[in-house]
Design a protein around this ligand. Sequence first.
Ligand code: ARG
Length: 461
Amino acid sequence: SHTRLWGGRFGGGGPSDALTALSRSTHFDWKLAPFDLAGSRAHARVLHRAGLLTDDELAQMLGALHELSAEVAAGTFTAVESDEDVHEALERGLTEKLGTLGGKLRAGRSRNDQIATDLRLYLRHSVRALVGELSSLEYALVGLAERYQDVPAPGMTHLQHAQPVLIAHQLLAHAHAVARDVDRLRDWDRRAAVSPYGSGALAGSSLPLDPDAVAAELGFDRASDNSIDGVSDRDFAAEFCFCAAMVGVHLSRLGEEVVLWTSTEFGWARLDDAWATGSSIMPQKKNPDIAELARGKSGRFVGNLTGLLTMLKGLPLAYDRDLQEDKEPVFDSMEQLLLLLPAVTGMVATLTLRPEVLEAAAPQGFALATDVAEWLVRQGVPFRSAHEISGSMVAFCEQAGLELDQLDDDQLAGIDERLTPEVRSVLSVPGALAARSARGGTAPERVAGQIAALTGLATEH
Ligand code: ARG
């Protein structure tokens, strides 16, 4: 058909229906249209500066691109059946407005450098929104930690009671992970800020274009140094999918804790009604669906990364049509995160913790046994023996159905003569927390310091 970008050397019959159906990408690449149009405006200016468009032609071209942008935004110009991809559709739109002048814009560029540029523009733009959402989540986690700042809780390893911690310390552990995600995406942007425009199909252009001017106009730091790399590099897409998968894994781990904490067996937390769901048959149910969807969606983020890397593996340079498969995983990871994050943030921000339950559970499971061992070490006992002695104390208590702090002087001495009554000084949860006051510890002042630092970070984002 007359709208094909590559009709010249082909017979009049047109491509087979099956090929057309396979080849078409407008149903997913249409969201790149605003970025493709931005690239076209920059390219038109560069053609004009190179003397390839007159002043009048440039004015007409920019006018038509402006109109087309408005129509795309309003949804009055869309791709049609015969458009292979977003580039072809937009060139059709331009030609419908300008006639043969529309065909001049294609000089010196290729869909290969266009698509590589468009995807970078889309991602750099969307990542800014993503960073905003992640900052909100970080802020919500820090807010929750602040609200329950002094509440002790069981710290777990292997999902077994290990040592008491402040629940705020645990919430802030999640906040630190989110802060790293933000940092990672910023770092990603530094490498993504390279413009492939000017690479052409793969070898650059013989026309006197100015890739750096296009790069600057599109907000990139610089243009590609190598045109083959320019059209074939999808590191930025894979790296983004990794960043998204890492976010997804963080959200799934947070989600799993919310699922546990809101269970009857834990009873540590309650979900706000607006952020929980019910059952169609069981009237009493209040389900943590957001937390579960966070856990569940991590699978597709990892899948998108794996699929993309697998597609890229072994591709010969420069452009191959396989690369068209880069877009759906990237779009899916971005869109799903932008859908998921506001829900997770709302769930966290409205979560109610139950301090009395947390506090009562904190010392359970002989969680202060390490403190006994470390007390013995301070009395000069080698840790190896101290560990043994504290372990015997636990075994004795388990047998006798007692807690560590319920042993009398004789029982203590009976277990080991080095267990003097002074050992009781470390058998308190507040004492155990306060003692862990080095950097990174769960002592209240260290937790307060983290809150201050993370609040600063979140507002700075
Ligand atoms: N739709 C293509 C893609 O997404 C655009 C580039 C096509 N280039 C080509 N030579 N067929 O990768």
